[in-house]
Design a protein around this ligand. Structure first.
Ligand code: ATP
Length: 197
């Protein structure tokens, strides 16, 4: 089974592109969603987080403390500790999920594909790119976040220049190139690739 990872900066349109692949029948594993599910369902993970980051990790009702972890993510060392705890568990979930799929290839969507080491869990990678102003405007409109807040996230993420060097395929999600056509074309390429797996 060929495994393909998709990533891109905030507002680049990863989710949008993944929806098109899904329409073409490609099974989709949403790593960020899986992380959120694990935070609330995995008891060992909960214990591990409390051991490393304290009781504040979960609130009095036992719910994962998102705002606390948002501040944790700003600290590079803590971010790396968190990633080392969480990502191996997501990798395991992805492996078992993949085994259940019957399509020629599957897609894993991850905001931090390379930073988390998830690139090593896939055979091919796709980067989604869009002009920075387009991304900022999309996120402001989608999340009602301020321009500064979006820029802060962009600064924390891998630059598009770096990402371009690392991925096998690129999709340009600006308002000029047809994304559907690019995805359809890439779908054919990946189906051909999948024959070798
Ligand atoms: P994040 O990293 O925050 O999850 P993302 O890369 O997954 O972002 P999307 O959520 O897919 O980005 O796209 C951001 C917003 O822009 C969404 O509201 C989406 O509907 C919109 N959008 C994405 N691509 C296009 C497009 N080609 N045309 C119009 N709107 C788009």
């Amino acid at each position: 089974m060929l495994k393909v990872g998709i990533t891109g900066g905030i507002g680049s349109g990863k989710t949008w592109v993944c929806r098109i692949f899904q329409h073409l029948g490609v099974p989709l594993f949403e790593a960020d969603l899986e992380v959120k599910k694990l935070y609330s369902s995995d008891k060992d993970l909960k214990t591990e987080l409390i051991r490393n980051f304290g009781q504040e990790s979960y609130d009095e009702n036992g719910a994962f403390n998102t705002s606390f972890f948002r501040s944790i993510l700003k600290d590079e060392t803590k971010r790396s500790i968190l990633n080392n705890i969480v990502h191996p568990r997501v990798f395991e979930r992805f492996e078992s999920w993949s085994l259940e799929q019957t399509a020629p290839y599957v897609i894993k969507e991850a905001a931090i594909l390379f930073e988390s080491g998830a690139d090593r869990t896939v055979h091919k990678t796709i980067g989604v790119f869009a002009p920075i102003e387009t991304r900022i405007n999309r996120v402001i409109e989608r999340d009602n976040r301020s321009r500064t807040a979006v820029l802060d996230i962009i600064k924390m993420q891998m630059s598009d220049e770096e990402l371009r060097k690392r991925v096998d395929y690129t999709i340009t999600n600006d308002n000029e190139n047809s994304v559907i056509k690019q995805v359809r074309d890439l779908h054919q390429v990946l189906i051909n690739e999948a024959r070798h797996f």
